[in-house]
Design a protein around this ligand. Structure first.
Ligand code: NOJ
Length: 566
């Protein structure tokens, strides 16, 4: 059996701008993370993923890197990074950083050189094209859309050419068919690993190769977003094998690729099976949109598609069971908040505890997104001026263009899915007006519900969501069930059940039965196949067992140690 340190880890994702502001400039920073290491230790996590804090003009909050070898002034200094790594390691907490290799900022010196002339030595670091002439008029080389709206190309007057950028205009895509780019990025990775970090979450990794530059079929949009033109294409795997050979395999480091772009399970396996010699695991997004969010404007009408959700998790779990490892995360800094998206507003505590158990008892490495452990929710956006995120603004205008007379609907739609939901400042206390995040007005508004939902309140209440997460983490990292929870087999029971997600984890010593109800009503379920030996965790004070049946209360979730009856 393959065993690695990261398989036994529980991760926590930090969005530094929103975690904790230590110097009261309204922006979270590295020293803020340092101050809160005790909190993370208390929660029990032993791995943190920190989103980019490199020097950046912040067009995309740090994913637009200007200098890979320095820290953005608002986040701190290189000495702060070193101090953070040291203390985290002292606490037994490993650190992975975002490795952004698909693009740089347009203010990166390579790009400044690259755009300066066609024969500049850095010209081929990026993807340039003269454009296409249609009816005597010059236009973009292809009609491809970008993730943040508009064309995937931007025109630059200096050399009268277009450069490719699948995110914002200020994020030109690197040209991975140029081997010099490989060497540069190898240097970046080595520098940070030498500094003592333990690995990377690799940003936008599936986009490093592009299809031939031909228009995609029109879908009525001027610039249709066709993921297949720049996602999961063959050369990505060559590039990753090279990075693995030259960097990752020489260190005992964790690498998790972000593989959006309609990556199927088969694609996932190509990146991250034990045999692929590319990445340790991949984040996929198949489980992120199993509700009716795209069709509604009212968050109270969100409905989870339980069977779809179960099938997604089950398919990935089954496919990777003997051949690879998976991260387990609900949502991240690019998505809405778990409590609002999949939780239930009438049963916030029970439903979020249930969601936590459902995920944390699976096979894989759990990742908690900051604030998830205290039940932070979406922000009640009412005006486009409340958005900071570039893609949320674009999405608002997209909806407004469809229905110009309905700005309320546009804000509701854009708000439901806005990345800013996950980026509002962490709610540490009930202290007015900035929830203990900062003494100065933060860069993004604090959610007005901070008096009800905050860390302090969670810590003081033994029945809180925080303590539920703490217990789940303890079970996985310290209890006698550690081995079965980490390495045991996974098997779903009653895949077709409309409301319950039930699975078994098993090794030679223990069998655990994990039952999660996604229903607002009571649900009866027969346990006649099992002898109940113990109860490890649940989200209600009492379990109702009647003869061989369990009667589950709304969103009840429970983990039994059982013996299967033959
Ligand atoms: C994925 C990151 O998670 C997201 O926040 C970012 O905007 C894009 N990649 C571009 O770097």
């Amino acid at each position: 059996m393959v065993k690695k340190w990261w398989m036994e880890s529980v991760g926590y994702q930090i969005y530094p701008k929103s975690f904790k502001d230590s110097n009261n400039d309204g922006i979270g920073d590295l020293n803020g993370i340092y101050e809160k290491l005790d909190y993370l230790k208390d929660l029990g996590v032993n791995l943190i993923w920190i989103c980019p804090f490199y020097d950046s003009p912040m067009d995309d909050n740090g994913y637009d890197v200007r200098n890979f070898f320095d820290v953005a002034k608002e986040f701190g200094t290189m000495d702060d990074v070193k101090k953070l790594i040291l203390k985290a390691h002292e606490y037994g907490i490993k650190i992975i950083l975002d490795f952004v290799l698909n693009h740089t900022s347009d203010e990166h010196p390579w790009f400044i050189e690259s755009k300066s002339s066609k024969d500049n030595p850095y010209r081929d670091y990026y993807i340039w094209h003269e454009g296409t002439i249609v009816d005597g008029v010059k236009r973009e080389p292809t009609n491809w859309g970008s993730f943040f709206g508009g064309s995937a190309w931007n025109y630059d007057e200096t050399t009268e050419s277009y450069y490719m950028k699948i995110f914002s205009n200020k994020m030109p895509d690197l040209n991975w068919s140029n081997e010099k780019v490989h060497q540069e990025m190898i240097d970046v990775a080595n520098t940070w690993l030498d500094l003592g970090i333990d690995g990377f979450r690799i940003d936008a990794v599936s986009h490093l190769d592009r299809a031939p530059f031909e228009d995609t079929a029109s879908n009525g949009e001027k610039y249709p977003l066709d993921w297949y033109k720049f996602s999961n294409l063959p050369k990505v795997h060559d590039y990753l094998k090279k990075l693995n050979k030259e960097v990752f395999s020489k260190r005992n480091c964790l690498t998790i690729g972000e593989v959006g772009g309609a990556a199927s399970i088969e694609e996932g396996i190509k990146y991250a099976s034990y045999e692929s010699n590319e990445l340790s695991m991949v984040f996929n997004f198949d489980h992120n949109w199993c509700n009716n969010m795209y069709d509604i404007t009212n968050s109270k009408k969100l409905k989870v598609h339980v069977k779809d959700l179960k099938k997604v998790f089950n398919n990935w779990q089954e496919a990777f069971k003997d051949i690879g490892w998976l991260p387990l995360n609900w949502l991240n800094h690019d998505q809405p908040r778990l409590a609002s998206h999949y939780g239930n507003y009438k049963y916030p505590l029970q439903s979020t505890k249930m969601l936590a158990t459902a995920l944390h008892m699976m096979r894989g490495t759990p990742f908690i997104y900051q604030g998830e452990e205290i039940g932070m929710t979406n922000y009640p956006f009412e005006d486009v001026s409340e958005f900071n995120d570039i893609s949320s603004k674009a999405n608002y205008h997209y909806h407004l263009e469809k229905e110009p007379d309905n700005p309320v609907k546009a804000i509701k739609k854009a708000g439901l899915r806005s990345r800013d939901n996950a980026r509002t400042p962490m709610q540490w206390t009930n202290e007015s007006p900035y929830a203990g995040f900062s003494d100065t007005k933060p860069w993004l508004a604090v959610n007005p519900n901070y008096k009800k939902i905050n860390v302090e309140k969670n810590l003081n209440d033994p029945n809180s969501l925080f303590h539920h997460y703490q217990k789940l983490i303890e079970l996985r990292t310290k209890s006698i069930y550690k081995d079965v929870i980490v390495y045991g087999s996974y098997k779903i029971i009653d895949l077709e059940h409309e409301e319950l997600y039930i699975y078994l984890r098993k090794n030679k010593d223990h069998t655990l039965l994990i039952i999660n109800s996604f229903s607002q009503k009571k649900v009866k379920y027969s346990l006649s196949n099992y002898e109940i030996l113990d109860q490890l965790i649940s989200n209600y004070p009492k379990t109702t067992l009647k003869n061989d049946d369990i009667v589950l209360k709304p969103f009840e979730s429970i983990v039994f140690k059982v013996k299967e009856k033959l």
